[in-house]
Design a protein around this ligand. Sequence first.
Ligand SMILES: Nc1ncnc2c1ncn2[C@@H]1O[C@H](COP(=O)(O)OP(=O)(O)OP(=O)(O)O)[C@@H](O)[C@H]1O
Ligand SMILES: [Mg+2]
Length: 366
Amino acid sequence: MADVVLRNVRKTYPGGFEAIKGVDFAVGDGQFCVLVGPSGCGKSTLLRMVAGLETITAGEIDIGGRVVNQVEPADRDIAMVFQNYALYPHMSVYNNMAYGLRNRGMAKPEIDARVQEAARILELGSMLQRKPRQLSGGQRQRVAMGRAIVRQPKVFLFDEPLSNLDAKLRVAMRVEIRKLQRRLATTAIYVTHDQLEAMTLADILVVMNGGVVEQIGSPLDVYAKPATTFVASFIGAPPMNLIPMAGGQLQGLAGGAAAEAGILGVRPEDLVIGAAPAGAGGLSLALTVEAIERVGPETFVYGTRGGASETAEVAARPGELPTGEVIVRVPGQTAPAIGERITVAAPRASLHLFSADGRRRLAIPA
Ligand SMILES: Nc1ncnc2c1ncn2[C@@H]1O[C@H](COP(=O)(O)OP(=O)(O)OP(=O)(O)O)[C@@H](O)[C@H]1O
Ligand SMILES: [Mg+2]
């Protein structure tokens, strides 16, 4: 077991593209760290640098108290599970798991003990003699995990290991991975672009964008207090509503104090249709309903802002907000009709405020 520390890590690919622009974070011994961010933000690059599959342009990566910048992948004591896990098709499940250990010259009884133990943990015991083509996608993914487990590494690295699976299996495997990691208590870094996977798996969430870290924290802290508008709209589904506001419009929130322009954020689940205006400094918006999505236990109402009365609670000086879409998440299946005018409200305590460039979270003035 080991902790993993990244210090000002940078990666410039040959050709000059800077994929990682200075990343710092630490994963404690036994913790599950999830790197999440949109496609191309540098997640795989970072993971491959930890694995030793990419060189590090600048900075330091430390595994278990040892700087590994110059250490070969095979000597880093890590095991990586990829999206494209590529089992050996001609080998049995048993041999797929045993192969790497044999290559290191491990004694047969020790190999057998490790493979049997991994098979027990992964419930593959009855399938050890099958070939990969005789397995379901989820079973194959478990074999790929088995190959990593038998190595008893200090650190597991996962690069979108579930993205080849169908939605139901993804959820099942997500739960399995979490249980497995708790049981083995092995440090893990897990890459995904799926914010739900990130929220449910992580002890520490690292939200990346464009080669930099936007925020690090526990999933619920990141959800409750996103540091930037990028994080606000990336974590949570449907995303947080972000409403640009001029300084004057924020005066209602600021209790009359001078307020600069900013971006007001409100999560779809914090808006209530038809509620009385939300009290001092709360938000009320008038919306025209444009679309309805019923997903079973809840309904998403898409409305467009705009119109004379909408800023009543927000702005001291009535003014027109820029029009824009607002999503409201309501429990159950009852929803207004398309075209209907509705008012929605959220209490002040549920509001978020960001600088006009979206790069800073601001306190809502008292
Ligand atoms: N070998 C390479 N040479 C040059 N640029 C590269 C190379 N590999 C990746 N990149 C670029 O670096 C950036 C980060 O790529 P990376 O694969 O780390 O993204 P990612 O976050 O894993 O995305 P995805 O979610 O799509 O897998 C991308 O813009 C990509 O085009
Ligand atoms: Mg990737």
